[in-house]
Design a protein around this ligand. Structure first.
Ligand SMILES: *Cc1c(COP(=O)(O)O)cnc(C)c1O
Length: 393
């Protein structure tokens, strides 16, 4: 067994051997700038364009609809601010999103709110899924954009994207989805799913950190976020992260070509974790039982602190999370768990395990052996647990 068990694949993933190998030449012998006309420059340019073709093909998009960025956060910012500023000029200053977006979306719309945009936050209900009639009712004449996360990074729930896209298309509203957790884990087809803009990030599927992409459907115009040189067809300035872009495309190909086979294994491991962790007294699964990412397990255990649980798991060599990596370190309960209606106390006692193709059955068994006794120990020391038990009797 490894020195540690990595069960935090929603936070980031390891760069795969094949990806690293494909990237290395672009730091060394093929280090040229894609904007240079001599051959090592052109080699780098060709590499970026082949990568663009690969990314396009796995989304069922066209090459000229793919723009490389520095990652998921930039793609989200660009899509949302770019459309908001573009449509704002025409008097459309209303944006619809959900209560449980990633902070890259939530904090972006909050910033726009301060600039005079109006935001509607759709409820995500107890199952972590929006209701289509509520979306339909929220759309107004001045709605510029609907932005809804494809698969949630904390509880893994998957939204009815195709139906959301269909409603937006019928109403003539632009639809962006943060698909950072979905890409590589579920099949994506921007055409049949009626998606206008889609964000993805390499480091969630075994490419390096700091590289991502934004799909922009042909014909949609949005304001630039990064001004400067003429890269990315003059829409996103900055010398291309050539090695990162190559790595992203190789990682995406690897993940998508093996998706079906891998998901069979990953879903079996996820379900084994969920079924067994639900046997723990006063535990609950957060988010819909099946409409969730193949590798996502998010549980709450009453009477304990998620942070203590994480520390104890860490001591046993298990890397997990209590919510999003961005909120760890703060004591605020997760906005995602509050959005699905958990009381503060229960939201505090939550655990996210996100597993991937590299995890083994043996590791799942080890996790399942350790967690129940850790929880028992923590509850034995917990005044909160004592109170819960007393209230019951
Ligand atoms: C990780 C993540 C992001 C941010 O992507 P970065 O590449 O880390 O900037 C955005 N949205 C979701 C859903 C994520 O999981």
């Amino acid at each position: 067994m490894n020195k540690y068990i990595y069960a935090d694949n929603a936070a980031t993933t390891q760069v795969s051997e094949r990806v690293l190998k494909a990237m290395l030449p672009y730091y060394k012998e093929r280090f040229g700038n894609p904007s240079s006309i001599y051959s090592i420059g052109q080699e780098a340019k060709d590499a970026v364009e082949s990568a663009r073709q690969i990314v396009a093909s796995y989304l069922n998009a066209d090459m000229d609809e793919i723009y490389f960025t520095s990652g998921g956060s930039e793609s989200d910012n660009w899509a949302i601010k770019g459309i908001a500023y573009q449509m704002g000029k025409k008097g459309k200053k209303h944006i619809i999103t959900t209560k449980f977006e990633h902070h890259a979306v939530l904090h972006t719309v909050e910033a726009l709110e301060k600039e005079g945009f109006e935001i509607t936050y759709l409820d995500v209900h107890e199952d972590g899924i929006i209701r289509l009639d509520e979306l339909e009712n929220a759309i107004r004449k001045d709605t510029a954009l609907v932005t809804i996360i494809y698969a949630n990074n904390e509880i893994g729930t998957i939204q009815p994207i195709e139906e959301i896209g269909k409603i937006c298309r019928e109403k003539g509203v632009i639809f962006h989805t943060d698909a950072v957790q979905a890409v590589s884990n579920v099949p994506i087809d921007v055409k049949s799913q009626n998606i206008d803009l889609l964000s993805l990030s390499g480091h969630k599927f075994h490419a390096p950190k700091g590289v991502g992409a934004l799909y922009i459907k042909r014909g949609i115009t949005l304001e630039k976020l990064i001004h400067g040189g003429a890269q990315e067809r003059k829409q996103r300035a900055g010398t291309e992260n050539v090695a990162g872009i190559v790595g992203l495309s190789v990682a995406l190909k690897e993940a998508c070509d093996n998706m079906e086979e891998r998901n069979k294994r990953v879903v079996a491991m996820r379900d084994k974790l969920i079924d067994n962790l639900l046997k723990i007294d006063k535990s609950r699964l957060n988010g819909h039982r099946t409409k969730r990412l193949p590798g996502n397990v998010n549980m709450s255990f009453r009477g304990i602190e998620g942070e203590s649980l994480l520390l104890m798991l860490g001591a046993k060599g298990i890397c997990a999370s209590s919510g999003s990596a961005c909120t760890s370190g703060s004591l605020d309960p997760s906005h995602v768990l509050l959005a699905i209606g958990l009381p503060h106390e229960t939201a505090h006692g939550s655990l996210r395990l996100t597993i991937g193709g590299d995890n083994t059955e043996e590791e799942i068994d080890y996790i399942l052996k350790e967690i129940p006794s850790i929880i028992e120990n923590l509850r034995r020391m917990s005044p909160l647990w004592e109170k819960i038990i007393k209230e019951e009797n």
